[in-house]
Design a binder for this molecule. Structure first.
Ligand code: CAA
Length: 379
């Protein structure tokens, strides 16, 4: 492993940190309270070029890399994990599969407007009956002349209802199971496509999470992404990178919670001195910081590997596993540092705690990450 943050990475970090501080943090608590997705935040990110960080300029991106993208997700999540996952799902789950498997025409038609932030991307794999067992999907796609007809539904769709482009997986030959599934690019105004239930969630409340429904939804054959029958592999490869975006989100959440805890511990005086100087609290802060640093290094390593064109699936599963657990541990401890105040909405640590939990669940539970890692170790 060999990576070093470049001047460009540092510049992007500073730009996103300033943006997060000025444009995202002030409304984070109220948007959380109201469970309100704010598209204008995405529009402002797009103005800064953040909607297409790793994509080449020929496809509307800024031509940077996956490490810069992870740094951006981290910095956004440091103040608001809902905005972090908006960018993560848009880039890793919406944009990546088109970048990797799309034809030149599909890239110009779909990746370019996503990279420029004119359109928001999303990804639909999970169904009511198939979560961890993603290959057990029931949504079908039937070929009828020059189009496919999709029927079924997908749930827990990040950016659902606000996304314009959904990468969706459906069975074109259900008898072949994972080898009979195909990826499709769906536009939100295709006939037969609609938005179903909107989830009311514990955390990342201002990120939109909905069901998407296909009722005889007509999809032109030119919207097949990659080869017919390659959908499951495309879904898995997409998640390989997506998981590292979630790791970056988890690192950001944990760092935000630590920042708050350190600030509070320096000011809160008990037994005649700031609690930060009491060993019980000081050691807690030290452990929190150490875990975050380890999680960050795993995350940056996986992002660097991807940027270098090296294998990164195992490392990405490891980074999500470790960073997700770190976010949960650190946010729990942050509340402990704040004591009773941490349990109230007067401070942001309870929000970080609620937001952290999802990083152990989505884009594959921690148990699935262990499955992926152990299979790679033994294959
Ligand atoms: N890259 C390339 N190919 C892969 C792959 C990968 N990462 N993973 C699997 N494959 C291939 C296998 O090689 C195999 O192909 P061959 O038969 O040709 O060898 C084929 O796909 C089937 O693989 P498996 O036999 O391993 O499949 P499985 O049914 O045992 O499932 C699994 C494997 C890892 C458990 C997978 O189902 C999985 O990752 N489940 C979790 C799903 C998940 O993460 N869901 C989150 C959804 S996104 C989300 O959270 C919403 C959001 O908006 C944020």
């Amino acid at each position: 492993m060999q990576f070093k943050l470049t001047e460009e990475h540092e510049m992007i970090r500073k730009m996103v940190r300033d943006f997060a501080k000025n444009e995202v943090e002030p409304t984070a608590a109220i948007r959380d309270e109201e469970a309100r997705f704010d598209r204008s935040i995405f529009d402002k990110m797009a103005e800064l070029g953040l909607a297409g960080i790793p994509w080449p300029e020929e496809y509307g991106g800024i031509g940077s890399d996956f490490l810069a993208y992870c740094i951006a997700v981290e910095e956004l999540s440091r103040v608001d994990a809902s905005v972090g996952v908006l960018l993560s799902a848009h880039t890793s789950l919406g944009g990546w599969p088109v970048y990797k498997f799309g034809s030149e025409e599909q890239k110009q038609k779909y990746l370019r407007p996503m990279a420029q932030g004119e359109k928001i991307g999303a990804y639909g794999l999970t169904e009511p009956g198939s979560g961890s067992d993603a290959g057990g999907m029931r949504t079908t796609a039937r070929l009828e002349g020059d189009h496919y007809v999709l029927n079924g539904s997908k749930i827990f769709i990040t950016n659902g209802g606000y996304a314009d482009i959904y990468i969706v997986f459906a069975g074109t030959d259900p008898t072949l199971k994972t080898k009979g599934q195909t990826a499709f690019i769906i536009e939100s105004d295709f006939p037969g496509f609609s938005i179903g239930k909107k989830e009311d969630k514990l955390g990342i409340r201002s990120s939109a999470t909905t069901e998407i429904i296909f009722e005889d939804c007509k999809v032109p054959v030119e919207n097949v992404l990659g080869n017919v029958g390659d959908g499951f592999k495309i879904a898995m490869m997409t998640l390989d990178g997506g998981r590292n975006g979630i790791a970056a989100q988890a690192v950001g959440i944990a760092q935000g919670a630590l920042d708050s805890a350190v600030g509070y511990a320096k000011e809160r005086v008990q037994f005649g001195k700031p609690i930060a100087l009491q060993q019980g609290v000081g050691f807690k802060l030290a452990d929190m910081a150490t875990n975050i640093e380890a999680a960050r290094l795993l995350t940056y390593q996986a992002a660097w590997l991807e940027s270098e064109g090296l294998p990164y699936g195992k490392e990405s599963a490891m980074s999500k596993l470790f960073a997700g657990d770190t976010a949960m541990k650190v946010t729990t401890e942050a509340i402990q540092v704040f004591g009773g105040y941490g349990y109230t909405k007067d401070y942001p640590v309870e929000r970080y705690f609620r937001d952290a939990k999802i990083t152990q669940i989505y884009e594959g539970t921690q148990e699935i990450q262990r499955l992926v890692i152990s299979r790679m170790l033994t294959k």
